[in-house]
Design a binder for this molecule. Sequence first.
Ligand code: HEC
Ligand code: HEC
Length: 257
Amino acid sequence: MLLLAALVLTPVIGTAADKPGAKKSVKSSIKTPASETSEPTFTNKPVATHISAAIAALKADPEAGHQINGVCAACHGDSGQGGKKGEYPRLAGQNVEYLMDQLHKFKDRKRTNLPMFPYTEERELPDEDLVHIAAYLASIKLDTSFPVFKESDDALTRLLAVEKVLNIPRSEGDVDVGAKIYKTECSSCHKKDGMGHKTVPMLAGQYTTYLKRQVEKFIKGERIHDVDMKDPSKDVLNLLKPEEIRDILAFLTTLDD
Ligand code: HEC
Ligand code: HEC
């Protein structure tokens, strides 16, 4: 809540650049190739109501967000769809507060991310730009069914369109057992539908390999799952058996069906 309040009070782009010696923001320094200008902007497609309300409250600039995304797209895809089978997580439709919180954590080195290290330095991603990129990504809603192609569509067009469809393949495990454990152990925070809330991330529609990697990081203590917990080794993920985690992940792959 504090974070949100602080962001609402943060001046929007432009004001910072007026200060003497202020670095140019990404908005003015990145040129987007003309071919990318047809990207979705805010309210292009309906997003979950709680997300659109949060985005509206932030007074973010969609065009600035779109331009900053030119940098992120190299790894996360031009619609935030992620890539390389989960090496790069999906960001589209993720909760706006969570995106901002994580970007702050990367910047403050509270969450290690070597591939993204150069892109989160103040010079590349000034604080005043976080709100624009987070709101832009949160506002993207990916299609969940495969497009119908025209005969004239070439192989590349088809490939690019298919990559943007949100369709997580079923992973190995007992979905019913996973659903039960998820309900008792995870849903209080990540919500029944796996969409999370505020700084708790959406898990539904995220790549299984990415989620598994994060669970492993939490268990090893390389990333903190519950910041309020005094002893991270007592975290719920440390108390579950590997088969139980496998079953939860299998259940999560059913949520976008
Ligand atoms: C060079 C590749 C690369 C670029 C460019 C990049 N990222 Fe990432 N990003 C990654 C990788 C890899 C991860 C996953 C790290 C991990 O496994 O913990 C990640 C993770 C994230 C996460 C955490 C997602 C989650 O669910 O917790 C956010 C948010 C994010 N990136 C935002 C951005 C934004 C915004 C940009 C552009 C300003 C950007 N990234 C540019 C590689 C990249
Ligand atoms: C007390 C609330 C809470 C509970 C219960 C909880 N989580 Fe989380 N979870 C969080 C928060 C908060 C984060 C973000 C952590 C951070 O700030 O980096 C998170 C992050 C995650 C992530 C990383 C997602 C990403 O995009 O990087 C995974 C995976 C995850 N949780 C799985 C689970 C599973 C599985 C359970 C149940 C066994 C569970 N969580 C229970 C609060 C919770």
